[in-house]
Design a binder for this molecule. Structure first.
Ligand code: PLP
Length: 432
């Protein structure tokens, strides 16, 4: 039997092992990122130990004098960065944000139009997830597989036919902006609430490098704050209608709806992240999209079937590769992991078997934060192709992955630029 000391030491070693592994790996998961030094500093503070419920100035707990100022500052930064009148920064993740919005804008049995899971929609938009929990009925937009986007005429027809209470947009496989300008005339016709889930593209929107849904007929935007927005694992909700009844419902949806304490250390880290987005967000978002396009092009040149070549592969941080010719998504993702290249298998719209997806999804946002540019995207494409196309043993490729990555372990587009991304405070000595 292992002692408590030994077990605690094992957790410590595993955590160190994970850190060391990621320092030496190429991170390509499209939903992940690395926080800035300053965000990490405030994240590790005493704020983590405290409770606050409700809104600044109207709390249920004492001890929130500084917390109130931090949260107010965070909300104001969110309103500035996303150019809007309302922000709630208390939801503790993207899914929790979505639950809060569902609670605010829909009742059980209401109808909602969404992007299907197989077309890149998120599990929280589906019957098996948060949407089903709320008892909301879903109807999927027809999808244009060639252009990897909602079919405009089909979506308009669906919304006119279904007359949903809520029209939801936004995806987890998100290559191109949703054609909201082309669809929006039907919103008023059926008088639906319009909702956009920006989880993946929050950082691109902040940097002005994707669509701006609040300027395109969308009532409420929800999202995660840790995907292209490189903040803490948290959520937020914004709106620009200035409609008090909606804002009150959204506030109540978050608390008491789906949270009690709202992770105060994360709110502080989010405030820092938003301040950094204000200062560096445009340059970061621009390079992120450039890198995704460059990686798409370089993989295409190496005989990989990157989707949407005719559209320049992507307008976001994400590209999708059809790897059916190379034994499918699961096998490719596992082989690359052995070479320290981390990505995920992904369903393609035409996949019939959900357990054997033919795609992989790749994101450029984290590499961009680590200072990589187009030249490194070409190097990474070559490393991927050596494993996938040339079928070199992953163990042979791994040393070259490590060598490349060791040149890019410092953070960019933030205050204290150049600090190490993978260092964290530790205490001396072993427990066992
Ligand atoms: C990731 C994602 C979410 C969920 O976010 P979490 O922060 O992981 O809960 C919600 N919606 C979309 C579209 C996503 O991609």
């Amino acid at each position: 039997m292992q002692s408590a000391k030994e077990l605690a030491q094992i957790v410590r070693e595993l955590t160190r092992g994970h850190n060391a592994w990621f320092r030496d790996s190429i991170p390509l998961i499209a939903s992940e990122n690395v926080m800035s030094p300053l965000a990490r500093e405030v994240m590790n503070s005493d704020l983590h130990n405290r409770y606050a419920e409700g809104l600044p100035g109207k709390r249920y707990y004492q001890g929130n004098i500084f917390v109130d100022q931090i949260e107010t500052l965070c909300e104001n930064l969110a309103k500035e960065v996303f150019r809007c009148k309302f922000a709630d920064v208390r939801s503790t993740s993207g899914t929790v944000s979505n639950l809060a919005v569902l609670m605010a804008v829909a009742k059980p049995r209401d109808k909602m139009t969404t992007v299907a899971l197989s077309d890149g929609g998120h599990i929280s938009h589906a019957k098996i997830g948060a949407t089903g929990l709320r008892g909301v009925r879903t109807y999927s937009y027809p999808f244009d597989e060639k252009n990897m986007n909602i079919d405009v005429q089909g979506a308009k027809r669906l919304i006119r036919e279904v007359k949903p209470k809520v029209a939801l947009f936004g995806q987890s496989v998100y290559l191109f902006p949703t054609p909201l300008d082309e669809i929006k005339e039907v919103f008023a016709e059926v008088n639906c609430t319009t909702w956009y889930d920006a989880a993946h593209v929050m950082g691109l929107i902040a940097g002005g490098r994707f669509q701006d849904p609040l300027r395109q007929g969308i009532d409420v935007v929800s999202g995660s704050t840790h995907k292209t927005l490189p903040g803490p694992q948290h959520g937020m909700i914004i709106s620009d209608l200035g409609k008090e009844s909606l804002e009150t419902s959204l506030r109540r949806g978050v608390f008491p709806g789906v949270t009690s304490n709202h992770h105060l250390h994360s709110v502080a880290a989010l405030a820092v992240t938003l301040a950094e987005a204000k200062e560096f967000g445009e340059a970061y978002a621009d390079q992120t999209v450039r890198n995704a396009k460059a990686l798409g092009e370089a993989l295409h040149e190496r005989d990989m079937d990157v989707l949407c070549e005719h559209l320049g592969f992507t307008e976001s941080h994400t590209i999708v590769v059809d790897v059916e010719r190379y034994h499918g998504g699961a096998k490719v993702a596992r082989a690359l992991e052995e070479a320290n290249i981390i990505l995920n298998k992904n369903l393609l719209p035409w996949d019939s078997d959900p357990v054997k997806p033919h795609g992989v999804r790749i994101g450029s946002q984290e590499l961009t934060r680590l200072g990589m540019k187009e030249a490194q995207m070409v190097e990474i494409a070559e490393l991927i192709a050596r494993v996938v196309v040339k079928e070199e043993p992953p163990a042979n490729v791994k040393p070259d992955v490590v060598a490349l990555k060791r040149q890019f372990t410092k953070l960019h587009y933030c205050f204290f630029e150049g600090e190490e991304a993978y260092d964290y405070p530790t205490y001396d000595g072993n427990l066992s």
